[in-house]
Design a protein around this ligand. Structure first.
Ligand SMILES: Cc1cc2nc3c(=O)[nH]c(=O)nc-3n(C[C@H](O)[C@H](O)[C@H](O)COP(=O)(O)OP(=O)(O)OC[C@H]3O[C@@H](n4cnc5c(N)ncnc54)[C@H](O)[C@@H]3O)c2cc1C
Length: 426
């Protein structure tokens, strides 16, 4: 193709795309001959990867981020919003600095991935070609994992496990409670995003009830698991700050969660029927639809990856990071997603610019607030061992720690939020 005809082709392609209201994507990268990376999902995994690829390749790679939302509200720290420690606005971030960092941000849903043609098909029908694709769509809720629960039922019994309106609904319902009202939480089975998250949320429920001076309200956790993250330190904290208020039931106690009825407000277990004023149902989870539809997930519903690169084991041109991936011993967290994204970004940059990659190293810490200034943490470093991501140097808060240490943890978590959101969104 001559220069004139190539330019003509670019304009024609652009004209037809913009006539459809779609961005002109492929022409500049084709003209410059730059390798093209497309990222699906602008959360901690996707936005971090997009920014790092653009930055570390020094403009040598054309990076496009596809994300429908113009502002992203973090799930992480949403429990602090529930507890009244943060306002909602402080959890929302936009993509202005991601754009300034050299990433083309397209606010659209990716409808499908054409793996044969190496193109992402946008919801409006436009196609975005890629040399490497990074997929980070987070989770989808498995509504039918709790009998009677559905997207419609979530309007009455919020899950609030995806950010936005659901979290606001949960807070509205919490703040409307009267003394004596009961809360029931159905906790999720493994694996799910943020292992300590449900138990931090219960702590925040209890904090709100205590602050209002409620003496008669109770919180029941119906758990499909026999144990949970940081259990010893959580239960110690509950006894200390909220004596008698929180009851955790494992399957041996409740006998099985039979389901919910959003019309009557009931929650049924094998042994009891509850009719609480607030029901928080956190169902089982799976990788976001786009990843499952593209055949990147296995029967677990999540996507297997190569431990040294976060590359999909299904397609060598695709990487999966964050909650959608099966990352060995790493928990599904924003910290993990951000850490995995940096490894994937490095490998992509190295493959496309024929530059050097370093051995993969990952890390994670999850902080949880039990009560004001009483914060506990769990974390580890991770690396590939025999093809799987394995933990080393792990640590977890202990019972009977000093108030100073717990306060220091809280400060650490606040600094972490500031640092990681800057790393993700610029
Ligand atoms: C209550 C709660 C508390 C938490 N607390 C913590 C914490 O303290 N620390 C911590 O590290 N983690 C915490 N987490 C977990 C953390 O929020 C997630 O692990 C993290 O958001 C995962 O990042 P991700 O990029 O994989 O997915 P997500 O954050 O879900 O981002 C995915 C993005 O992809 C977009 N997307 C999906 N499908 C498509 C598509 N087809 N096309 C285009 N875009 C698409 C979505 O709009 C979304 O913006 C918490 C979670 C919850 C629910």
């Amino acid at each position: 193709m001559t220069n004139i005809t190539r330019r003509h082709f670019g304009i024609m392609a652009g004209a037809s795309l913009s006539a459809l209201g779609l961005p002109i994507l492929s022409a500049p990268s084709l003209a410059q001959g730059k390798p093209r990376v497309v990222v699906i999902g602008g959360g901690p995994g996707g936005a971090t990867a997009a920014r790092y690829i653009a930055k570390e390749s020094n403009g040598a790679i054309d990076v496009t981020l596809i994300e429908p939302l113009k502002t992203f509200t973090t799930c992480f720290f949403s429990n602090l919003y529930v507890g009244g420690f943060r306002d909602y606005k402080s959890l929302t971030h936009n993509y202005d600095k991601v754009r300034k960092g050299g990433v083309k941000v397209v606010h659209s849903m990716a409808a499908s991935i054409d793996r044969d043609k190496k193109q992402v098909v946008l919801a409006g029908g436009g196609r975005v070609p890629y040399d490497r694709l990074l997929v980070a769509p987070g989770i989808d809720i498995k509504f039918d994992s709790v009998p009677g629960y559905s997207e419609k039922a979530a309007e009455v019994m919020p899950h609030a496990w995806k950010p936005g309106a659901q979290t606001q609904l949960l807070v509205k319902k919490l703040n409307a409670l009267k003394d004596g009202d009961q809360i029931v939480m159905i906790a999720p089975p493994n694996p799910y995003r943020c292992p300590p998250g449900p138990y931090e949320r219960v702590s925040m429920f209890a904090h709100v009830l205590k602050k209002k001076g409620f003496k008669k309200s109770r919180i029941v956790i119906l758990d499909p698991k026999p144990a949970f993250s940081k259990q010893g330190v959580f239960t110690e904290g509950w006894e200390k700050h909220y004596p008698g208020m929180i009851e955790w039931q494992d399957p041996k106690i409740h006998g099985g969660i039979k389901g919910v009825d959003a019309k009557t407000g009931e929650v049924k277990t094998d042994f009891t029927n509850y009719k609480p004023a607030l029901v928080n149902v956190i169902p089982a989870q799976m990788a976001g639809k786009i990843a499952r539809d593209a055949g990147l997930a296995n029967q677990s519903g999540f996507c297997p990856i190569d431990a040294a690169s976060m590359k999909s084991t299904v397609d060598p041109n695709i990487f999966v990071v964050g909650d959608a991936s099966i990352a060995g011993e790493m928990p599904k967290s924003a910290f993990s997603a951000n850490s995995q994204a940096k490894v994937a970004a490095m490998v992509i940059r190295a493959e496309l610019t024929k530059s050097r990659a370093f051995p993969a190293r990952y890390s994670n810490t999850c902080w949880s607030l039990i009560a004001p200034d009483d914060n506990i943490k769990v974390g580890a470093s991770y690396e590939p061992v025999d093809g799987a991501i394995k933990a080393s140097n792990s640590f977890v808060s202990q019972r009977n720690e000093s108030a100073d240490l717990r306060k220091q943890n809280y400060k650490e978590s606040v600094d972490w939020y500031q640092g990681i959101t800057t790393d993700i969104f610029g």
